[in-house]
Design a protein. Structure first.
Ligand code: ADP
Length: 255
């Protein structure tokens, strides 16, 4: 905001003062544009599975359901579409939490069992890709944090490391304390170019849309990581090299 005032005396001897206020609307416009882009991205992402669902139900109702093989095949596709919708909605809701209106309670998290529980839900992919996973953090480490915000951070980083690892890859997960609590996920996967590193925390940004969508990605995971880390008063950093792998480091305050 620019505030100016001008004072002058006219020939008639009267004293005049002119007041002017100019608002810089650039930031407001930027926010408006971001909001519009977000809504249009959300609509686009939601439309794709819904269109597919409608197409398959119509074909089934038109008679395709009489063939048991086609029926099973179509139902499987429809289930995938529904799961995708479920994930999108869940992540969009997660992103809309701003933390100001909700008060989360602190919980003590035992890191080892916590990480192992998350890994368990990806055991099929870990097995199929023949991944080696090493947990370096001490067995006894516990960290007091707002679980509802902490869990999605860790889950998304581990999920990405698994998703973007190649066959026979190695993932290391480390956590502990310095002046802050740190949580590090390192993978020997496809890596991210410097150019893309600048954008991957943006909502819906994906380096390779087709690859990400194919593996169930929404492009929202890292924006959630970024938002929640900030809400917890911490930072997230990336160190990555194309073809060599990536390291994500989250630092959070100690209570
Ligand atoms: P997605 O649901 O597509 O994984 P994210 O927001 O989690 O969305 O990540 C954004 C993009 O950043 C991904 O599409 C992928 O291209 C890239 N990315 C994220 N994590 C990694 C990783 N560990 N290795 C390589 N690329 C990654």
């Amino acid at each position: 905001i620019l505030d100016m005032s001008l004072r002058f005396i006219e020939e008639d001897g009267n004293d005049y003062q002119v007041l002017g206020i100019a608002y810089d609307l650039t930031r407001v416009r930027q926010l408006e544009k971001m909001q519009k882009d977000f809504v249009s991205n959300v609509s686009h992402e939601l439309k794709t599975p819904v269109t597919s669902l409608l197409g398959f139900t119509e074909t089934l109702l038109d008679g395709a359901k009489e063939d048991p093989e086609t029926l099973t095949q179509f139902l499987e596709i429809m289930q995938k579409d529904a799961l995708r919708l479920q994930q999108l909605i869940q992540e969009i809701l997660q992103l809309s939490r701003d933390g100001k209106n909700i008060s989360y309670n602190d919980q003590e998290v035992s890191l080892h069992p916590f990480v192992q529980e998350i890994l368990r839900s990806y055991r099929k992919t870990i097995k199929d890709k023949h991944l080696t996973i090493e947990i370096l953090g001490d067995e006894t480490i516990t960290y007091v944090t707002k679980y509802e915000l902490f869990y999605p951070i860790v889950k998304n980083l581990i999920e990405n490391a698994i998703q973007y690892s190649q066959i026979d890859g190695t993932i290391t997960i480390d956590f502990g304390f310095t002046d802050m609590f740190y949580f590090i996920v390192n993978d020997s996967g496809i890596g991210i170019s410097l150019e893309d590193q600048e954008r991957i925390f943006e909502r819906f940004y994906r380096v390779d849309k087709a690859r990400s969508r194919h593996s169930g990605g929404t492009g929202l995971g890292l924006s959630i990581v970024h938002n929640y880390t900030e809400l917890l008063g911490g930072t997230v950093m990336i160190d990555s090299h194309l073809g060599l792998g990536s390291t994500f480091t989250v630092r959070l305050p100690i209570k």
